[in-house]
Structure formats: C-alpha cells, structure tokens
Design a protein around this ligand. Structure first.
Ligand SMILES: NC(=O)C1=CN([C@@H]2O[C@H](COP(=O)(O)OP(=O)(O)OC[C@H]3O[C@@H](n4cnc5c(N)ncnc54)[C@H](O)[C@@H]3O)[C@@H](O)[C@H]2O)C=CC1
Ligand SMILES: CC(=O)C(=O)O
Ligand SMILES: [Mg+2]
Length: 371
C-alpha cells in the first residue's frame, strides 16, 4: 500500500504521523512510505533519517494527499486538507468530529474513509490510541495550570505546593480517567491539595488506592462540582463521553462564583469542552479571561512536547496502521471490532453514532459496511 505522511499544519503542531521506526516497520511489511519534506523537523529529525529507513520524501503536502492510498496524520484535517482528500482514500488520525460540523461535512463530501484514533477501543472499555496523548495532556495540564497561576499570566499568584507556613494550591480535577489521573499525579507531585471528581465509583476506588489517600476522591454531582470549583485555585476539565460532545459541567454561573485569578485548564476542549465558557485556543495564544478566571483551552496540548508525543502515539498506532496496510481496512476491521469502532466516515456515510446524534445527521452502522 502507498502510505503518506503530511507535515502537520495546525498551530504549533510538531508531532509526526509516523516515527522513523514505524516507517521502517511498514516498509519491512512491503509497503511504500512517503513523508513530506521537513515533516519531522519539529522533533529534530531530517528527511535523511526517514530516507535511511527506506522512505521516500515528497516535496509538498499536496503530493502526499494526491498520491497516497492511506494517509497517517496526527491532528484532525484542517479545511484545506479535507479538500484534498478523495473517495477510496483511507485517513488514519485524530478527528474529534462531534463538536466540528464543518470538518464532518467536508469529510462526508470528500468520500474518504476516515478512522479516528480517539474512538478505536481496547479491552475493558479503554481507548488505546487516545490514552498516550491523554497521559501527555494530563501531565501538561498540571504544568500549564501552575504557569497560569502565576500573577504575570493573570493568575492569583499561588504556588502549587506553597512553602512551609503557607497553604498549597487547591486543585480540582473533574474526570478521573487517563487525563485526570495523570494531571492529579503531577499536581500531587508539585505538592498541591488535589480533589478528583468522577461519576464512576469503580474509578474512584482505583484512584483512592493508587493515590494512597493523598488525593481526595469524590463522587461527581452538580453540587460537588460547584462546591469544589468555587474554592479551587486550579480546575482541570478531564471528562469524556467517548466520541460525543463533552457535558457542560461548569456553568457560566459557577465561573462567576470562582475566585478572581483562579485558573481552568479545559483539556476536554477537543470534544467541545466541559465548561460553558470554554472555546478552543492555540499554543500561540493559549488563554483568555472570563469573569476574572483564566481559561487555558488548547486543543492540541501534546503538540507542545512533540518528541515524547510522537513516539508515545506511534507505539500505540503502529499495530493498527500495519493491520490496515497489510489486509486493507475492511478485512482488518472484520478481524478486529475494536478497530471497526474507529470508523467514523466512509464514502459519504457517517458511521459513528455519538457524532450523528450530536449533529442531527443520518447514522450508518459501520458493521453493515464490512460484510
Ligand atoms: N486538549 C488536548 O490536547 C487533549 C485532550 N484530550 C481529551 O481529554 C478528555 C479526557 O480524555 P481521557 O482522560 O482519555 O478519557 P477517559 O475516558 O480515560 O476519562 C474520562 C473520565 O470522565 C469521567 N466522566 C464522565 N462524565 C463525568 C462527569 N459528569 N463527572 C465526572 N467525571 C465524568 C468518566 O467516568 C471517565 O473516568 C477527552 O475529551 C480527550 O479527547 C486528550 C488528549 C489531548
Ligand atoms: C487527543 C488530541 O486531541 C491530541 O493529542 O491533540
Ligand atoms: Mg469571579
């Protein structure tokens, strides 16, 4: 199969769809891999590194989109990329379609077959291709939050761990999944006073044992969210209903009751955000202020640490890239229902229920397309 990797064009996005090791593995399996020139410069790799693995170099993203049977990327295709996709082509990347009607429309119009990293499933209701970036974003959320709490960034000027004789920052993490657990781990490590809210009791049990009582694990209700949010210095939004729009758990009214200079890091922004006041921001201009509360809502947080993120992502995606390259997407999905759960769009049909529900569009059962 002809596999192509474009250079990412989203703001400050330096990750690469295929690491050199992944490219080598696909080539060893008999496939042709082409990468756009300079695509890996952001992780310190030259075209020659990819050439040495046996890959070809294309002189533009346009050539990649025009000539590849499977395109492997990181971020959701931007409008100019969507317009270069075509019927019969396979796209493997993050999509986050629920809050993005424009991208959904363009992908449906293109006829492309699009498999979303974030809805591929794994054993025990896990999301194995979202998890590595959630680990990164969770850890970064504590770092970003600590930075935003500095007075010069608009924050109230509280140090996460305080110092002896002063109180540490109060950090609230809403959603104790992969992002939440990693955010809490770093915030605890910085010495903050951490509370995690989740509505899964089994998740709270796991977290309580993992943190050995050093994080407060509390059941999530509208009452507990409001009570903890208004006394917190930093709130980290980390909820997920897979593939769907994030529930708006922090209302405008709660924001109005929060302390001036408190900070919210809405990691769930890629699924629309879990605060009523959130809107996507970029690494270039990451924050805005509503009612004195600093909002950090960057939708591609792991792009800030592209070396760690590219390798962590590739470790998870490679088996699925190989399966689709070796067998074609249909046979690979017949063999693996977890991969079938990644199918979001095929030949003008929307095949992910939560996206169809979010946008009031017709839904086609993906199982009906692989018979
Ligand atoms: N902004 C960025 O750069 C990135 C964003 N993300 C996003 O972060 C979000 C979280 O991802 P993961 O941690 O991997 O998901 P996850 O599925 O591991 O965890 C989500 C947690 O939210 C909990 N939850 C659902 N509704 C809740 C409620 N009402 N109150 C409290 N908890 C609730 C679930 O029980 C679950 O434990 C997703 O939207 C994901 O796409 C992930 C990576 C990068
Ligand atoms: C998951 C996601 O949105 C990211 O890694 O950018
Ligand atoms: Mg206020």
């Amino acid at each position: 199969m002809k596999i192509g990797v474009p250079k990412e064009i989203k703001n400050h996005e330096y990750r690469v769809g295929l690491s050199p090791a992944s490219a080598k593995e696909l080539i060893a399996n008999g496939h042709e891999v082409t990468i756009a020139t300079g695509a890996a410069a952001g992780i310190g790799l030259t075209d020659d590194v990819y050439r040495s693995m046996g890959a070809k170099i294309a002189d533009s993203n346009e050539a990649i989109f025009a000539e590849s049977e499977m395109i492997i990327k990181v971020k959701e295709p931007q409008p100019q990329e969507c317009k270069q996709l075509s019927r019969g082509q396979l796209l493997f990347t993050y999509l986050h379609l629920a809050p993005d009607p424009e991208q959904t429309k363009l992908l449906l119009e293109s006829g492309v077959t699009a498999v979303a990293y974030e809805t591929v499933t794994g054993p025990g209701n896990t999301l194995p291709l979202l998890a590595p970036m959630s680990e990164v974003a969770g850890r970064l959320a504590a770092q970003a939050g600590a930075h935003c709490l500095e007075r010069a960034q608009g924050g109230c000027g509280v140090l996460m761990g305080g110092v002896p004789g002063t109180e540490p920052a109060k950090v609230l993490v809403i959603g104790g999944g992969v992002v939440g657990q990693n955010a809490a781990y770093i915030a605890r490590g910085m010495g903050a006073n951490v509370t995690i809210l989740d509505r899964s009791i089994s998740k709270l049990r796991e977290l309580d044992i993992e943190f050995q009582g050093k994080a407060n694990c509390v059941y999530s209700t509208t009452e507990s969210i409001e009570r903890y949010a208004i006394e917190s210095d930093l709130v980290i939004g980390a909820v997920l209903i897979p593939g769907a729009n994030a529930p708006k758990l922090i209302t405008r009214e709660i924001i109005g009751k929060m302390k001036p200079g408190s900070v919210v890091v809405d990691v769930a922004i890629d699924q629309g955000g879990c605060l009523e006041t959130s809107k996507p921001t970029t690494h270039q201009d990451p924050t805005f202020v509503v009612d004195g509360v600093v909002h950090y809502c960057v939708a591609n947080m792991p792009g800030a640490v592209p070396q760690t993120s590219t390798y962590a992502l590739n470790n998870a995606t490679l088996p699925f890239s190989l399966a689709m390259a070796n067998h074609g997407w249909k046979a690979a999905m017949q063999q693996n229902k977890d991969l079938l759960n990644g199918l979001n769009v095929h030949d003008g049909k929307l095949t992910y229920k939560a996206v169809a529900d979010a946008q009031g569009l017709e839904y086609t059962d993906p199982a009906s397309l692989i018979l």
